[in-house]
Design a protein around this ligand. Structure first.
Ligand SMILES: Cc1cc2nc3c(=O)[nH]c(=O)nc-3n(C[C@H](O)[C@H](O)[C@H](O)COP(=O)(O)OP(=O)(O)OC[C@H]3O[C@@H](n4cnc5c(N)ncnc54)[C@H](O)[C@@H]3O)c2cc1C
Length: 464
């Protein structure tokens, strides 16, 4: 058996694992990364973040073209969606991202091992390569970054043809006429807007009373209204009771209320589960939580000394965004650092149409936590930049301030560019900004960011 020694081994070459590799290599360590897939990048590059955002960007451009007359431009020759080209652009952008990954990993101290790994003990990984050979990787430090997989729903065994997981959806070769989406969380809502814009008839089924659980109620209200306006059939408070395929192979679901909804594709978007099965983690002494997630402390140490974890396998935020920080922190601490993971102000971006950006407490959570709050709002219709560019989309900025200190507690945006704008609010939260800071700062005019001044002024007026 071949044996490879390193200072640190990283199990999993997704976004979190790669961030760990880059940080460890920057610190001068000899790194081995083990990945079973033919290429590095994981869910972010191949099935999750990137493909869904490529689709979302195409949908956004398509939507904008429909409103092109608003900008004084005639498109008399017309335009049409070419779904095959959308898929091709995904392939191009994936290649581009892989180039970026490759550039980061170039270096004499990084070694990539292809194969399926399991843990022997805290210092050894056993890797089975695609040819059946075995390799032992020995390293005094290990970062676990094996990611997650679509949550399997009993009675809904995805087959990649009629009943799809989000992993399978990205390779769907043609647009269906009708699609049922089960689950109106972030991913279900994103895909509902994308495919509706592409012309697909969408039914979105959610067991809870509202879409996007955890998001601020006022923001969700804008999205639900927009779903209706765009013709997405949204069925809140609805369970799927039965799934079947007809003799023609087309799927149908029956709801708890007894309605049978025939479709061409059914997409299951009910969340993801940490990928920890079969790795030998518990046998090696690594504590797992109830959902199978690796338990780790605020420095990303697991219960087994020398072993750290990062990314979806932790079952926390399940975002590339957080995985990138976690990977770097895990590697740094594994190699003798003492960096605390600070995930207090995670900016969340949801690529519905319009987008959502949010950070910090929702109004509901602040009030439930006993905080006295003042809420300031600004509609996009009150911003001249939005009127000039995005008048066809609704938009709302909502900022929640502590009544006593006037400090920002949370901010929630729905509207064009919300997922970009939210970063400045994440930084403001971190720096402890107050309503006065927003009200008396200078903003470029005309800009969407002026809405922060207006929302803060609205809040200050209510504080008098
Ligand atoms: C549809 C969708 C849209 C998303 N959109 C966003 C978004 O807009 N923004 C955002 O921040 N996040 C988004 N996410 C989430 C994001 O994709 C994930 O959080 C992120 O990719 C997880 O990275 P990871 O490195 O933790 O895990 P993964 O990317 O899953 O990587 C784990 C790697 O480990 C490998 N592996 C696992 N087990 C073994 C083993 N035994 N041996 C060898 N290799 C192994 C896997 O092959 C994989 O490559 C989205 C997810 C989905 C599904």
């Amino acid at each position: 058996m071949e044996r490879i020694a390193a200072d640190i081994a990283v199990l999993g070459g997704g976004e979190a694992g790669l961030a760990a590799v880059v940080r460890a290599s920057e610190m001068g360590a000899r790194v081995v990364v083990v990945e079973r897939a033919a290429q590095l990048g994981g869910a972010c590059v191949f099935t999750g973040t990137l493909p869904s955002k490529v689709f979302s960007i195409s949908a956004g451009v398509y939507e904008l073209l429909r409103k092109i007359a608003n900008f004084g431009i005639k498109a008399e020759g017309g335009f049409a969606l070419d779904y095959k080209e959308v898929l091709a652009s995904r392939t191009r952008i994936t290649r581009c991202d892989q180039g970026v990954i490759g550039a980061h990993l170039r270096g004499p101290n990084v070694r990539i091992v292809r194969g399926e790994a399991s843990l022997r003990d805290e210092r050894h990984l056993l890797v089975r390569t695609p040819t059946g050979a075995e390799i032992e990787v020995e390293a005094p430090r290990l970062v676990l970054a094996t990611g997650s997989r679509p949550f399997p729903v009993p009675g809904l065994p995805t087959d990649g043809r009629a009943l799809l997981s989000t992993d399978e959806l990205v390779d769907m070769p043609e647009l269906p006429a009708r699609m049922v989406i089960i689950g109106a969380g972030v991913i279900g809502c994103e895909y509902a807007f994308i495919f509706r814009t592409f012309g697909v008839e969408i039914t979105l089924i959610e067991k809870l009373e509202h879409a996007l659980p955890g998001q601020d109620g006022d923001i969700v209200a804008v999205i639900e209204k927009e779903m209706k306006r765009r013709g997405i059939r949204f069925l809140p408070g609805t369970m799927v009771r039965n799934y079947e395929t007809g003799p023609d192979g087309r799927p149908a679901v029956t709801t708890g209320q007894g309605e049978r909804i025939a479709s061409d594709k059914v997409l299951v978007c009910v969340g993801r589960a940490p990928a920890t099965a079969g790795l030998g983690l518990e046998a090696a002494g690594i504590a797992l939580g109830a959902k199978g997630q690796v338990l780790a402390d605020d420095r990303l140490r697991t219960s087994l000394p020398g072993v750290y974890a990062a990314g979806d396998v932790l079952g926390r935020w399940m975002l590339s965004a957080t995985g990138i920080l976690e990977g770097a922190v895990a590697a740094e601490n594994a190699l003798g650092g003492d960096r605390l993971l600070d995930e207090r102000f995670v900016p969340s971006g949801i690529y519905t149409q319009p987008e959502i950006g949010s950070v910090g407490m929702t109004e509901e959570a602040a009030v439930a936590g006993g905080r006295a709050v003042i809420v300031g709002t600004c509609a996009y219709s009150g911003l001249v930049k939005a009127c000039a560019t995005y008048s066809f989309m609704p938009g709302l900025i909502k900022m929640i301030f502590d009544r006593g200190s006037h400090r920002l507690l949370g901010a929630h945006l729905v509207g064009s560019e919300a997922a970009e704008l939210i970063h400045q609010l994440s930084l403001a939260l971190r720096l402890g900004a107050t309503a006065e800071d927003f009200a008396f700062s200078i903003y470029h005019h005309p800009s969407l960011s002026e809405g922060f001044r207006e929302a803060a002024r609205d809040a200050l007026a209510k504080m008098k």
